[in-house]
Every structure is written in C-alpha cells, then in structure tokens.
Design a protein around this ligand. Structure first.
Ligand SMILES: [Zn+2]
Length: 97
C-alpha cells in the first residue's frame, strides 16, 4: 500500500524529480534553484534552502530585486550601471527584446 504522495523513479544517477505541484508550493524555480536535502531516521527531507544572492550566492543583507534575492553589494553594482553580473536569464530576456 502506497503512502499518500507521489511515487517517483530514481534515475541511474540517483536523481528524483520533485513534483511540479510541490515546487510551486515551495516557490522553487524551475531551474537554478537550490534545495536542502537532509536524512534522518531513514527519511530524506527536501527543504527550501535559505535564500542567496542570485549573483554571488551571499546570504548577507539580501533585498528583493525584481522578485529575486540580491545582496547589498551586488545591488550597489547594479545601481552604478554595471551589467557585468547580469544573471543568465536576464541576459536572455534582454537579448530577446
Ligand atoms: Zn551578491
């Protein structure tokens, strides 16, 4: 008898897909997000990891920039006009316009 939840096959590299519904509920991006895996008493838990800056991965002094976490240092660089640290999806968006 299956427990409630999703039954998922593990691929040859040990990967398991987190159901889309769960990713949506946890607000995990489709790609590039990060989760924290822990194992205790034979149960693996997937948790949303602490937010990090999308540019430098710092966890310090984060603020929201267009819905994404950005640290104060990177935010200063953005405000000063540097485009050196545009995340890849922002570059693609800019190129498509
Ligand atoms: Zn940063």
């Amino acid at each position: 008898m299956a427990k409630s939840g999703y039954l998922r096959e593990i691929d040859r590299l040990g990967r398991v897909v987190i159901p889309k519904q769960y990713r949506k509920e946890m607000n995990i991006p489709e790609e590039g997000g990060e989760v924290l895996l822990t194992c205790k008493n034979g149960v693996v838990t997937v948790s949303k990891s602490a937010e990090v800056c999308i540019f430098c991965r710092s966890r310090r002094k984060l603020s929201d920039f267009k819905g994404r976490p950005v640290c104060a240092k990177c935010l200063d660089e953005i405000k000063s006009g540097s485009d050196e640290y545009l995340p890849e999806d922002e570059i693609n968006t800019a190129a498509a316009e």
